[in-house]
Design a protein around this ligand. Structure first.
Ligand code: MBD
Ligand code: FE
Length: 256
């Protein structure tokens, strides 16, 4: 259902906010035309999702967290795929990445009262050590570093992979050029993406970051929050990433 009242309210406020920035900084017609040129280039390069992720998605996640409850959500990023392969205990690792730090990603999925959500589906994906995502970049087959795990009856899940490294978002296009012109870099801390679905529950999207890692304090997407930083833990030389998720029940709530 289209809610024209809400659309009108939001766009009117968006325009008013933008106008006040223009007034505050005396934005000129040359700058206005440059902005239009930038938007055209960004669209032509297919970078609208990336641009939005860098500047705005984190705020959307924070709003979602307030509206729906459950564990603190985080941004999905541009590289989720809905056709990842089912895995039981191990994401596929490329031959050339065998020497990387082994990692075990594990935890439990519950509802907000701590009752296990058995059978929850946990999509996990992360980049290669050279900063690429399977199914997206360089023809890397979709099964590498990406998989769909089904939680056990007690809501627990566990899957092995290798520890990801800091990741530079695509930086040779308009988004990277804008960050560079602003004096900012285009790096993200090493991260793991999660998307968790279960019947009757609100879909939960999150990321995990490594305590003390490079760019944890300086993510170009400004997404890191304390709830998503996992401590430095090892078992028998394996990096442990232990994350429990609380899913909110799927209910339709009025937008606040
Ligand atoms: C990524 O891998 C990512 O996680 C985000 C948020 C933006 C660009 C690339
Ligand atoms: Fe990512």
């Amino acid at each position: 259902m289209v809610d024209n009242g809400r659309l009108n309210t939001i766009i009117t406020d968006l325009v008013a906010g933008t106008r006040s920035v223009i007034e505050k900084h005396n934005v000129t017609f040359d700058e206005y035309r440059a902005a239009i040129g930038f938007m055209l280039k960004t669209a032509a390069a297919g970078e609208i999702p990336l641009l939005m992720d860098v500047f705005l998605n984190t705020t959307i996640s924070q709003v979602e967290g307030r509206l729906f409850g459950g564990s603190t959500p985080s941004i999905e990023g541009p590289y989720y795929l809905d056709n990842a392969v089912a895995v039981t205990d191990q994401l596929a690792i490329r031959e050339q990445d065998r020497g990387q730090q082994p990692m075990l990603v594990r935890g439990q999925v519950t509802d907000e009262d701590g009752r296990p959500v058995g059978g929850a589906v946990i999509d996990i994906w992360h980049s290669t050590p050279d900063g690429l995502y399977s199914g997206i970049h360089d023809g890397i087959p979709i099964e590498y570093y990406r998989g769909r795990i089904t939680a056990g009856p007690d809501g627990s899940y566990a899957v092995k992979s290798i520890q990801p490294v800091p990741y530079q978002i695509p930086h040779d296009g308009p988004t990277g050029a804008l960050l560079g012109a602003m004096g900012r870099h285009s790096w993200r801390p090493a991260h793991i993406h999660y998307k968790i679905t279960a019947p009757g529950m609100h879909t939960h999207i999150s990321q995990a970051y490594f305590a003390g890692g490079e760019y944890v304090e300086d993510d170009c997407c400004e997404d890191v929050c304390d709830d998503h930083i996992v401590p430095d833990a090892f078992e028998d030389g394996v990096r442990i990433v232990q994350v429990d998720f609380k899913l909110a029940r799927e209910v339709v709530r009025a937008a606040a």
